[in-house]
Design a protein around this ligand. Structure first.
Ligand SMILES: Cc1ncc(COP(=O)(O)O)c(C=O)c1O
Length: 386
């Protein structure tokens, strides 16, 4: 199993903290936004006397309400098209297991969410990357690039929309190009849409589940982690209208018995969160993004892709090896006792040697902290030697 590039520097951060350094954590997508009170209260005030298992595919009441939530996003489906999982992570793992056998192939535009590598390894399948480029803000690579890579072993194309780590938001036209290719070659189109709400500059998210004709091909991965700042709840879901696929995924769900009961109660309550919560959160992230990008652009030699969604960006630095740089920041550098933790981007690629001079920054901290953190990177680059 590959290490998570997001978490592998943790021991160095712990050491730095023990030595009294304050650290700005830009390495992990743990938002500082408050969880909706309604969700926290639901856990405090429930009347359960036995904390029992739920159905393997999740409580029916909760799934009906999720279907209702999708309706508001112009996605029409029923609770039977939903399996509740222990986070989007488990939804991905079950999906990989359901659509692929050992040695099958999955095409993924890179850089991609690093744990796709881990899930592929765990499922014994091969990731076939298509490189998207920082110069294009990580837009969908030309569809011919996908087509060239399709073999008899290819079972699926996986996209993350909006993207972690790229922040790229796919247009309706790009989704339609992917729809055409998966229909032509009879593949699954798996879309990780856990950041659906996080779309900026007035752009709207277009889901694979909105695309007609994809009923047998589209699988959506979802999660409450980011939407309601409920990462610790561990609730997500698999959504698909393909009945055979869902029956297979259900077998994986049965093997682990049930998703967590209390967390389903919290997640069900979270669905009542008013739109004003999201409006405030999106405004906050858009402002953070603007601040982060403006500050990064001030540093000579740094190239940055402008994110249109999610809360990450990839920055290319004038260093040879961002792994070593990120570790050095924690071990040997500070500005007035403060340093920063970032995720080296190499782990977000599966092509060896690509992205080694890039880092991923999660803008999950307040504006003032982001300004200080970028200043630390700027000062560090003045003295760092590869
Ligand atoms: C793109 C993407 N997919 C899936 C996940 C998994 O989230 P969880 O298991 O918390 O739902 C994450 C978490 O950061 C993510 O960024």
């Amino acid at each position: 199993m590959p290490q998570s590039p997001i978490r592998k520097l943790v021991p160095y951060a712990e050491d730095a903290a023990k030595k009294g350094k304050a650290i700005y954590y830009l390495n992990i997508g743990q938002p500082d936004i408050k969880t909706p009170q309604i969700a926290l209260d639901a856990v405090k005030t429930h009347s359960l006397e036995v904390l029992a298992y739920t159905r393997s595919d999740g409580s029916e009441e909760y799934r009906k309400k999720i279907a209702n939530y999708y309706k508001k996003h112009n996605i029409n489906l029923t609770h039977n098209n939903i399996i509740v999982t222990t986070g989007g992570s488990e939804a991905l793992l079950f999906t990989f297991g359901s659509v692929m056998d050992t040695d099958d192939e999955i095409i993924i535009p890179e850089p991609f969410y690093a744990n796709y590598n881990g899930f592929s390894t765990a499922s014994g399948v091969k990731v076939v990357p298509v490189i998207s480029k920082i110069e294009d803000d990580f837009a969908l690579p030309p569809i011919e690039e996908f087509e060239k890579l399709i073999t008899p072993k290819t079972k699926a194309i996986l996209i993350c929309n909006p993207g972690n780590p790229t922040g790229y938001l796919y247009s309706k036209e790009e989704i339609q190009k992917l729809a055409d290719i998966v229909k032509k070659h009879n593949l699954f189109l798996i879309a990780d849409e856990v950041y659906r709400e996080f779309a900026y500059d007035g752009n709207t998210h277009y889901s694979v589940m909105q695309e007609e004709g994809l009923e047998q091909h589209a699988i959506m991965i979802d999660s409450v982690s980011k939407r309601y700042s409920m990462c610790g709840a561990r609730i997500g879901c698999i959504v698909s209208r393909n009945n055979e696929l869902m029956q297979t995924a259900l077998k994986f769900a049965q093997a682990r018995l049930s998703p967590p009961t209390l967390a389903q109660i919290a997640s069900e309550a979270a669905l009542e969160t008013p739109q004003s919560y999201f409006d405030a959160v999106i405004d906050e992230y858009e402002e953070r993004r603007n601040t982060l990008i403006a500050e990064l652009k001030k540093i000579e030699g740094v190239q940055v892709a402008i994110p249109k969604g999610a809360f990450y960006c990839i920055a290319q630095l004038p260093v040879k090896n961002s792994d070593a740089f990120a570790q050095w920041l924690l071990e040997h550098f500070d500005v007035d006792g403060e340093t920063v933790m970032v995720a080296p981007a190499g782990g977000f690629y599966s092509t060896p040697g690509v992205g080694l001079n890039q880092i991923r920054i999660a803008y999950v901290l307040k504006k003032e902290s982001l300004i200080k953190a970028v200043n630390i990177i700027k000062e560090a680059l003045k003295v760092y030697k590869d």
